[in-house]
Design a protein around this ligand. Structure first.
Ligand code: NAD
Length: 477
């Protein structure tokens, strides 16, 4: 599986830039291929190409062509889905089922926005007799798309599909950890006859040089960023210099609130998957179990039994139930956090590395101090806190006690309580009696430090559209 991932600018593959770097398999450290790190100059060239294509071509006024291009993208990814899923497993370390799931999610997303591309309309109002105002929905221009490594297929298409549907052109910057997966997706795009050269451009990262250049570029009008809250703040600061719009899908610390009337078997099943999917490296993962004190013991016992049973191993092994972390530095960071959890709380199950590879078994720790950084900060791995509450008001207060507000789940058999608590929790998504259900049709996004704007769904288009008021003076035309 040795290959070289280049940049893709103005419809041509490029391998100029810095000296090639290696991409490795986190499960065993083997070298999978190489990629060419980008430069500021390449990012600027890609932005110029995207701006010229936007201004000089007819892409922005061709909704049927854009729909066709998105269907072609979906078809090309579908035709290569097994190869793409294998590459995601190799480069990211997640399970084969998770890798295929994210690939299928991307296909569904591209098809959803293909349909929407033909449904974007403005409105009209007669503000006074004979005085006509048109409110046109126009593409915002060039979109700069910056994606993380944890779901390199889905998270790219989640931003790119609405950008293309809206009529934008794009400059993409993949994460340095997953350049080969990204290049394979770009190959799918390069094969689409309805996608003109220059509409989608991509430059690999080199430290933070390329990302910063995209954020600073005067040729780019809107940034769609998915990543950590810390980087999101830097991007917002950088974008202020050219006053570009930013859509930010950031970190999370999702609480799962389990009431005493919940179906415990269902809650434990949902939360095992909801917390350990992608080895806990997913922004909406259940990161805090908030459990009513009367059932805390029963919940703890069942959760520990479920966690102990999880078979951690290579993503490519069909027997594995949880894959590897993204890399060894992540494993070392999480091992230090586990020690901290032992000091600040009580370790109920201590995660351990495997003999080789970036693996870590699940950790569950009990803690009552919500001010602890272990509760306040995103840990991004298979480490979950167990906290208790006495009544509904305390459950809501604890669920809202972090700066994040990306997702949450509520487990109860009382529908009135489910609606009350979901209303009171400040998060962009609240799942009832489930955790981790994502759909192309359903908006995702954050409250507080989890971000700005929404992706997925109809609102996913908003980041990439401007509204223009055109006024016709009565009696003049
Ligand atoms: P990260 O913030 O370190 O990096 C994300 C991307 O930003 C990468 O492509 C990186 O190269 C780039 N980047 C880093 N510094 C930059 C800068 N100064 N200017 C421009 N670009 C820069 O995040 P990560 O470790 O790759 O991903 C994990 C994080 O992403 C977690 O916090 C997770 O919660 C978050 N995430 C959020 C969502 C969501 O939908 N809200 C989805 C997935 C992941």
């Amino acid at each position: 599986m040795t290959q070289m991932a280049g940049h893709y600018i103005a419809g041509a593959w490029r391998d100029d830039g810095a000296a090639p770097a290696e991409s490795t398999d986190p499960a065993d450290g083997s070298v999978l291929g190489r990629y060419v790190p980008g430069t500021r100059a390449l990012a600027e060239e890609a932005a110029e190409s995207a701006r010229e294509t936007f201004e000089e071509g007819t892409w922005a006024m061709s909704p049927r062509q854009r729909a066709q291009a998105l269907y072609e993208i979906a078809d090309r990814i579908a035709a290569a889905k097994d190869e793409i899923a294998d590459l995601v497993v190799a480069e990211n370390g997640k399970l084969r089922s998770e890798a295929l799931g994210e690939t299928m999610g991307a296909i569904s997303e591209a098809r959803y926005y293909a349909g929407l591309a033909r449904a974007i309309r403005g409105t009209m109002q007669e503000i006074a007799p004979g005085s006509v105002s048109l409110f046109q929905r126009e593409p915002a221009g060039v979109a700069g798309i910056i994606v993380p490594w944890n779901a390199p297929v889905t998270l790219l298409i989640r931003s790119l599909a609405p950008a293309l549907a809206a009529g934008c052109t794009a400059v993409i910057k993949p994460a340095a950890q997953t350049p080969l997966v990204h290049a394979r997706i770009m190959k799918c795009l390069a094969e689409c006859p309805s996608l003109p050269a220059g509409v989608v451009n991509s430059v690999n990262e080199n430290g933070t040089e390329v990302g910063e250049a995209i954020v600073a570029s005067p040729d780019i009008h809107v940034i769609s960023f998915t990543g950590s809250s810390l980087t999101g703040k830097k991007i917002m600061e950088g974008a202020a210099k050219t006053l570009k719009r930013v859509g930010l899908e950031l970190g999370g610390k999702a609480p799962a609130v389990v009431f005493d009337d919940a179906d415990l078997d269902n809650a434990v099943r949902e939360l095992t998957h909801g917390s350990l999917n992608m080895a806990g490296q997913i922004c909406v993962a259940a990161a805090r179990f908030l459990v009513h004190e009367s059932i805390a013991w029963a919940f703890e016992e069942r959760m520990l039994a479920a966690y102990r049973k999880v078979k951690v191993g290579p993503g490519a092994d069909p027997e594995s139930e949880m894959g590897s972390l993204i890399d060894l530095p992540s494993q070392q960071r999480l091992l230090r956090l586990i020690e901290q959890a032992g000091d600040e709380g009580e370790l109920l199950l201590k995660g351990k590395p495997l003999a080789k590879g970036a693996f870590l078994t699940p950790t569950l720790f009990r803690i009552e101090d919500v001010r602890s950084p272990l509760v306040q900060e995103e840990l991004f791995g298979p480490i979950v806190s167990l906290e208790t509450f006495g009544d509904e008001a305390e459950a809501v207060a604890k669920a809202n006690a972090t700066a994040y507000g990306l997702a949450a789940s509520v487990h109860t058999s009382d529908v009135a309580r489910a609606m009350r608590v979901s209303r009171a929790i400040r998060a962009g998504t609240v799942w009832i009696n489930s955790h981790l259900r994502l759909f192309a049709e359903a908006e995702t996004g954050g409250y507080g430090q989890s971000g700005l704007g929404r992706l997925h769904g109809l609102e996913g288009l908003h980041d990439f559209l401007e509204t223009k008021h055109v006024y016709l003076e009565p009696g003049t035309v």
